[in-house]
Ligand binder design. Structure first.
Ligand code: DMJ
Length: 835
């Protein structure tokens, strides 16, 4: 079994591969030092400003403590008050040769971290970041201790903590199917009345399918098979539930009955690490069943999802139909996984596409369209693109990938670095920052970057002996032999007949591309100008096209015209020698006058508004809102949709609505986060709401700084949703909630901005107003009747006096409020997935 593992791992050909000819060792050393300096800045800032908090808030220079900051929805479920970033960083310290800091950090983790907090956390995130972090830390600590130089005090404390955490996660597996609950209370488990969990019925495929590496490692290191058994069972269910026709899985599954809740299938968000863990479980544990399953899924992915260089999402039951026109940034890990499988060509193609996108937008946006436009502009300092770049460099030895790595380093420094660390980018189009530095930035990004620029001699450990978990924690591949397979190993076996070049081996690039040492470049060249960036302008050549006379007797020009294509005939002078051929029957010489636009127009988002119409607002407060791609199309409603607003309870509206009676017939306010927009809309529609205003949960977001986007559905049909839906950024949302608090009854109108009430009138008034200075004495005899304006010139300033001064001041205030929304009347691209 193990030889297969080693074959796969041997793809990492440190010594054998061609060395980076275009980057000298000195240059690599400079970049390596730069990476270490950046790590020191990020980790040092966390330790200085945030520890023992879970995460650093790099703009506020303080720690993020759950409950003390505004709730961000499900993102916060990674925070368990267990010094997340410290634990997630432990083995990075070893890889970067910071052994003193590592020893110090382990001591802190052992003495300070508690795992029994009364906090509801995500099972998936806690497993990959905290359990993985503790295990990676233990493996490193154990290794250093064995070398006899340091860590002599260490008595497996991190492993004991890992065991404790494993036991705290186990209650999540207490379902009839064996699929885990998505959340668990670290102190009270799942079904305890104090746990505040257990009402969830769905989980994502990756959430259920990304346990095996950590749980099997825990079982084998602790001698307790219970963890591995549960993780295997969950994988068995997912395998069992694959769509038998397509061999694909969906994105969300019901944990009680195993039915698919979302049937869209891709390799990015919601599914990604399920596939990764099948492949890596085979490498780590040497168990064929995982490789067999991986291969079945991989064939399906390559048949339906991979359309190099794109990776699309399809419907698992009808996989020839793609379900959306955008890709998410999580799928950037996939070329790395393809490298592990030895399938280099599509890996190179997709990676090159991703590189082109980063060139265009500086970072990979959270989501981008199949035409490489921004779909969702956020960038969270995710490491997936660096990860794939690392794998490709190791597999090909091509210095091109070092240059890609260097560009990642430079962009992080130029566009994400702030005085207290590195900040996520709120929108790659504006470059604005967000007050977050997720722990994976330290766990993953710095490992992949540092390893890319290091030789074996720079590293304190032999990387060939380890596998990276999805959070880049290090687990030794010796685990499959140091411990016997666990007794309860009842993973369903499957014999798969299909075998190909890759099934049991890892072909070298010589096999794949014989006689072509620059194979990677040849593949990349085809995708060089995919996004139009970096392409030099060349005048269009005159091309000669032979147009046969059509059978129906139509002249070619007419024939093309009938298809909507117009041709420009060349004049004699331009045609040179070929002009004489013009006489030939059925042969035309034409100049190609158009080609596909290099930079396609951005997708138009029609700005909408929420207009407050009840007293005292009377239409003067207008909040710029984003539309939805699903639900009622407000552009087709002549007068918009009117109603009074009621806050949903729960405010996130991700489950049954408690105040359905109060919401019935009203427009609901719901907070973004925790679940998809479509899911919220369904709950609110069921409760009887007549419209929904979603309010952003990201503090301080506003329509002036962030481009509007269109909310999109959940990948499945959203035809059942008939409500009008609009989205407000949090600053505009705050105006609305403040109004509701003060006046209790607030009527609003939801409609496209161009149709907001009073807009025509305002424009007319402003065009027709004329002023003239009154003649001296003209006003004195009461010459003017009705409201008058008087300008008094005094000290070079113009003061405005009015008979109804108070009224006017009020009006000015409300117009100021209004103009702050009107200025943001920008038509911007993008839609946003889920929430
Ligand atoms: C990490 O926590 C892991 O890589 C996970 O599998 C998905 N994504 C984040 C980083 O983007």
């Amino acid at each position: 079994m193990m030889w297969k593992t080693l074959l796969v791992v041997s793809l990492f050909c440190w010594g054998k591969c061609q060395d980076s000819q275009n980057m000298t060792p000195e240059e690599k050393g400079v970049i390596r030092d730069q990476i270490v300096e950046m790590f020191d800045h990020a980790y040092g800032s966390y330790m200085k400003y945030a520890y023992p908090a879970d995460e650093l808030m790099p703009l506020s220079c303080r720690g993020r403590v759950r409950g003390q900051e505004p709730n961000r929805g499900d993102i916060d479920d990674s925070l368990g008050k267990f010094s997340l970033t410290l634990i997630d960083t432990l083995d990075t310290l070893v890889v970067l040769n910071k052994l003193d800091e590592f020893e110090e950090a382990v001591k802190k983790a052992v003495s300070d971290v508690r795992l029994d907090n009364d906090v509801v956390v995500s099972v998936f995130e806690t497993n990959i970041r905290v359990l993985g972090g503790l295990l990676g830390g233990h493996v490193m600590a154990d290794l250093l201790r064995q070398r006899g130089e340091r860590m002599q005090w260490y008595r497996d404390e991190l492993l004991h903590m890992a065991k404790e955490l494993g036991h705290r996660l186990l209650p999540a597996f207490n379902t009839t199917s064996g699929l885990p609950y998505p959340k668990v209370n670290l102190r009270y488990g799942v079904l305890n009345p104090l746990s505040r969990t257990g009402t969830e019925s769905d989980t994502c495929t990756a959430c259920a399918g990304t346990m095996i590496l950590e749980f099997a490692a825990l079982s084998r290191l602790s001698g307790n098979s219970v963890f591995e058994e549960h993780a295997r069972k969950a994988l068995d269910v997912l395998w069992e539930r694959r769509q038998r026709g397509s061999d694909l899985v969906g994105t969300v599954i019901n944990i009680h009955n195993g039915e698919w809740v979302r049937r869209d299938s891709g390799v990015g968000a919601g599914i990604d690490s399920y596939y990764e863990y099948l492949m890596k479980a085979y490498i780590l544990l040497g168990d064929n069943v995982f490789l067999d399953r991986f291969n079945v899924h991989y064939s399906a992915i390559m048949k339906y999802i991979s359309q190099p260089p794109l990776l699309l999402n399809v419907h698992m039951h009808n996989p020839t139909v793609s379900v959306r026109s955008w890709m998410d940034s999580l799928l950037a890990f996939f070329p790395g996984l393809q490298v592990l499988r030895g399938d280099l060509k599509p890996a190179i193609e997709t990676h090159e596409m991703l590189y082109q996108v980063t060139k265009q937008h500086k970072f990979l946006p959270e989501a981008f369209t199949t035409e490489f436009r921004v779909h969702w502009g956020q960038h969270l300092l995710r490491p997936e693109f660096a990860e794939s770049t690392y794998y490709l460099y190791k597999a090909t030895g091509d210095p091109y990938y070092l240059r890609v790595g260097q560009s990642i380093v430079e962009k992080l420094n130029a566009y994400a670095r702030v005085p207290c660390g590195f900040a996520a980018v709120q929108d790659v189009r504006t470059g604005t920052h967000e007050d977050r530095m997720d722990s994976f930035f330290l766990a993953e990004m710095f490992k992949y970057l540092y390893l890319m620029f290091s030789e074996k001699s720079h590293l304190p450990i032999d990387m060939d002996g380890y596998i990276f978990t999805t959070e880049a924690h290090l687990l030794p591949i010796s685990l499959s032999t140091t411990q016997p397979p666990c007794p309860g190993n009842d993973t369903e076996t499957v014999r798969i007949s299909q075998e190909d070049l890759f099934t049991h081996s890892c072909p070298s690039t010589d096999t794949l591309f014989p006689n072509n040492p620059s194979f990677a470049k040849t593949i990349r060249d085809g995708y060089k100008y995919l996004t139009g960036v970096g392409r030099a302008f060349h005048p269009l050549p005159i091309r000669e096209i032979e147009l046969p006379l059509h059978d129906n007797g139509m002249e070619p020009v007419e024939f093309f015209k009938s298809m909507g294509i117009s041709l420009t005939p060349l004049n004699e002078a331009n045609m040179g020698d070929t002009g004489r051929l013009k006489e030939h029957k059925g042969v035309y010489r034409v100049k190609l006058v158009a080609e596909l636009s290099q930079a396609p127009e951005e997708e138009v988002v029609v700005p909408h508004v929420v207009q407050l119409i009840s007293p005292p607002f009377l239409g003067r407060t207008v909040l710029t809102a984003g539309p939805a791609k699903f639900g009622m199309d407000l552009t087709k409603q002549e007068h918009g949709v009117k109603g009074s607003i009621v806050k949903a309870s729960p405010y996130t509206a991700c489950g049954p609505i408690d105040n359905a009676a109060g919401l019935k017939g009203h427009i609901a306010l719901a907070l973004r986060g925790d679940c998809m927009f479509a899911a919220k809309a369904r709950w609110l529609q069921k409760a009887g709401a007549i419209g929904v205003i979603f309010i952003d949960h990201r503090e301080g977001s506003n329509s002036e700084e962030t481009p509007l986007f269109q909310m999109v559905g959940d990948g499945d049909s959203t035809e059942d949703i008939t409500l009008p839906l609009v989205f407000l950024f949090s600053r505009e949302g705050a105006v609305l909630t403040a109004a509701l608090e003060k006046h209790h009854n607030v009527d609003v109108l939801l409609l496209p901005k161009e149709r907001q009430l009073g807009r025509d009138k305002m424009e007319r008034v402003s065009m027709n107003l004329k002023f003239r200075l009154a003649e001296e004495g003209e006003m004195e005899g009461g010459a003017a009747s009705g409201p008058t304006l008087e300008f008094v010139l005094e000290n070079d300033e113009v003061l405005l006096k009015d008979e109804g001064e108070e009224e006017l001041r009020e009006k000015q205030q409300s117009e100021q409020q209004q103009s702050c929304t009107e200025e943001s009347d920008r038509t911007q691209p993008s839609q946003i997935p889920g929430s």
